[in-house]
Design a protein around this ligand. Structure first.
Ligand SMILES: Cc1ncc(C[n+]2csc(CCOP(=O)(O)OP(=O)(O)O)c2C)c(N)n1
Ligand SMILES: [Mg+2]
Length: 693
């Protein structure tokens, strides 16, 4: 390496630091110290190692870089800018515009800037995952690494190493403290993800100060115990040492690698660690003196000499371009030899499905006894997964209960010795399961995972991010209510449904019978930009006779008339979801015998119903009918906008209890008699209202 290269490296690192500092200063908010401290490490990785083509930031075999310490976002914004990464639109077209312009950096954290406070997937090209909630990024990276191994195992052929990308995630003390990183690291070691490298920015500082007050464990020993390859860099400023550590990762074929980097928050070794530098801009004087120390022009903001752009162009730019070009021509020969596999890869990349996938869906015959929706879900999932080879997922150790195991011939498990399997055993790790499923979806697999609805709370951070990222993960939850029975209140969800429905952009389905499960999957399998939650029963529910009820295809509209008053003009509307649809039907039978006109509305997905035109919504819930009763074994929160002032909700107002289900239904009022009684009361009140002068 010539002196000039060395100088250019140092100049590039300091230019990154200058950009980070200036962006935070301009925004007058953000964290300058962390990106400045890690600039040499991220620079070395990007410039010398990352196989990433700035001209095509979605090239399938690119190395992934996830900034798990998302508060250091200016580091990523600077790298995306200096490497001249191109913007890509949602249709996967390269737009001929920079992903991050200098203007964007100047307007860091301002409305519409491509440089928001934290990295946002789908907002800024080149961001591989939304990060900011600490620990999420590293956990998500495990899903990407599993997906990478799966893609290689399924699609690579002799002479065709189509997939061999590596996944890097940069994490801070906070990421290491969060439980999710432990869950994910443990599974990564079990899966022997040698394509995964976490870079730990060990600056021993968090918001409240030195980690002496909170975090004194031996992180290296912990990761060794998980089964990771652990290497240390004594000084983040030592570019050579950083490069050697990355070589250690590249030479490892059995284990994931942790590079523990001793770093300094701020800009370098001569300065003492300064917690003050953490969460606030340096101020004009601080910026000037720092620039002076770094050899940057004091009076110039957002300083980027042309030589630094060129340097990135010759490093990551040239390496990425030639890697992508080689891949593209390899793929052409691959297509000639393996047209079907190539077709799969292309469909997957566009989030399309195989031709004729819907043929896998069939309907369930009417059956009074019926089956649990977890059972019908398992059957439909198995059929779909056979038709769509890149549907892969599993359970957080509950597949015998959630029924999500793929059991068709050849399905197999995803394990280090069978990486192309279809069943991922996530272990008892709900939060990481959801984050890993996110990582798999970000790598374009159609991922799902399952657990008990009650434990959705444990996974909530990652479920929320799937919605924020607009990625089509399927979160499957069974044991959806007091229907769980004897397990008692610890296992009986009450407020979970309402809280999931509160997540913007998350489609929450609670199908009422087997055919609603089929129709739910017809929608969910085809989703491109939305995650879905499936809420399923443990106990059997009847399969309605669709020759006498509304068609299950009504699921597509979120809510539909399942059974109506004989003349189509109801005295009362009963609405319900999931296992309570049958209850509404039983109450209807009782009321009908009294000559009451009862409409039952099955309402499996509020979000889809809310999107319907007002005419449809009024058709299903006629505004003239104020006597309305909703029935759901869950918190009543949210139902009032459907039942209105004249309506009532039969739901849960307390935690459940441990008892056989029959007793619980009586105790909490989920009986046909009670629902019918509440309906009579509502009709009476409506009548009084009408007669009032
Ligand atoms: C889950 C979560 N909890 C809290 C925060 C708020 N937060 C942002 S940065 C930070 C300190 C993180 O420390 P560290 O990872 O060591 O980063 P450094 O201070 O070194 O930049 C905290 C607590 C967060 N972003 N995510
Ligand atoms: Mg720290």
């Amino acid at each position: 390496m010539s002196t000039l290269d060395v100088d250019l490296d140092q100049l590039s690192v300091n230019v990154i630091r200058g950009l980070c500092m200036d962006a935070v200063e301009a925004a007058n908010s953000g964290h300058p110290g962390t990106p400045m401290g890690m600039a040499p490490v991220a620079y070395t990785l990007w410039q010398r190692f990352l196989r990433f083509d700035p001209q095509d930031p979605i090239w399938p075999n690119r190395d992934r870089f996830v900034l798990s310490e998302g508060h250091a976002s200016t580091l990523l914004w600077s790298l995306l800018h200096l490497a001249r990464v191109q913007a890509v639109d949602p249709a996967y077209e390269v737009l001929g515009q920079p992903a991050v312009s200098l203007e964007d950096l100047r307007s860091f954290r301002q409305l519409d800037s491509k440089c928001p406070g934290h990295p946002e997937y789908r907002w800024t090209s080149g961001v591989e995952a939304t990060t900011g909630p600490l620990g999420q990024g590293v956990a998500t990276s495990v899903g990407m690494a599993i997906a990478g191994q799966w893609l290689a195992a399924r699609y690579n052929r002799v002479g065709f190493a189509l997939y061999d990308f590596n996944v890097y995630a940069q994490a801070g003390d906070g990421c290491m403290m969060e439980g999710i990183s432990s869950e994910a690291a443990s599974l990564a070691a079990h899966q022997r993800l040698s394509n995964l490298c976490w870079i730990y920015d060990s600056n021993r500082v968090t918001i409240e100060g030195h980690t002496d007050i909170t975090f004194t464990e031996d992180v290296a020993a912990r990761f060794l115990a998980y089964g990771w390859n652990v290497t240390t860099v004594a000084d983040a400023n030592d570019l050579g040492a950083v490069a050697r550590a990355i070589h250690t990762f590249l030479a490892e074929y059995e284990r994931p690698t942790l590079i523990l980097v001793h770093s300094h928050i701020g800009y370098g070794s001569p300065v003492e660690d300064s917690p003050k530098a953490h969460g606030e801009p340096l101020g004009p004087a601080g910026v000037r003196s720092t620039k002076r120390f770094l050899g940057l022009p004091e009076d110039q903001d957002f300083f980027v000499p042309g030589a630094v752009y060129d340097c990135f162009g010759e490093g990551i730019g040239a390496r990425g371009a030639s890697a992508r070009a080689a891949w593209a021509s390899l793929f052409e020969s691959y297509r000639a030899q393996y047209p079907e596999l190539a077709d799969e890869i292309e469909r997957m990349g566009r989030r399309d499905l195989p031709e004729g996938w819907e043929d896998a869906l069939s309907s369930f015959p009417p059956d009074e006894k019926g089956l649990a929706t977890r059972e019908s879900d398992g059957q439909v999932l198995n059929a779909l997964a056979q038709a769509i080879p890149w549907v892969i997922g599993g359970s957080a150790d509950l597949s015998p209960s959630t029924k999500t195991n793929l059991t068709f011939p050849g399905a197999g498990d995803v394990q280090p010795d069978s990486r192309a399997g279809r069943n991922v055993h996530f272990g008892v790790r709900e939060h990481a399961s959801a984050a890993i499923a996110n990582g798999m979806a970000l790598t374009k697999l159609r991922s799902y995972w399952s657990g008990f609805l009650i434990f959705s709370d444990y996974a909530r951070g990652a479920i929320r991010l799937s919605a924020l990222m607009e990625i089509p993960v399927v979160h499957i939850f069974t044991h959806d209510s007091i229907g769980v029975g004897e397990d008692g209140p610890t296992h009986q969800p009450v407020e979970q449904l309402a809280s999931l429905r509160a997540v913007p952009g998350l489609l929450v389905f609670r199908p009422g019978d087997a055919n609603e499960v089929v129709e739910t999957w017809r929608l969910v399998a085809a989703l491109r930009r939305e995650p879905a939650v499936l809420v399923l029963s443990r106990q059997a529910v009847p399969t309605f006779d669709r020759t006498v009820t509304g068609a299950a295809a009504g699921v597509a509209r979120g809510a539909y008339v399942l059974a109506d008053a004989p003349n189509g003009i109801p005295d009362v509307v009963l609405m319900a979801t999931g296992s309570e649809v049958q209850l509404a039907m039983a109450a209807r039978a009782e009321l009908s015998a009294e000559g009451t006109g009862v409409r039952v509305v099955s309402m499996p997905c509020w979000e889809l119903f809310d999107r319907q035109p007002p005419e449809y919504r009024d058709e299903v819930l006629p505004p003239t009918v104020v006597a309305r009763v909703a029935v759901e074994q869950a918190s009543t929160l949210g139902w009032h906008r459907y039942v209105g002032d004249g309506g009532a909700v039969v739901g849960m107002h307390t935690f459940g209890a441990s008892a056989p289900l029959k007793n619980l239904l009586t105790k909490f009022g989920f009986t046909p008699e009670r629902v019918a009684q509440v309906a009579r009361e509502r009709m009476g009140a409506a009548e009084q209202g009408r007669n009032r002068p």
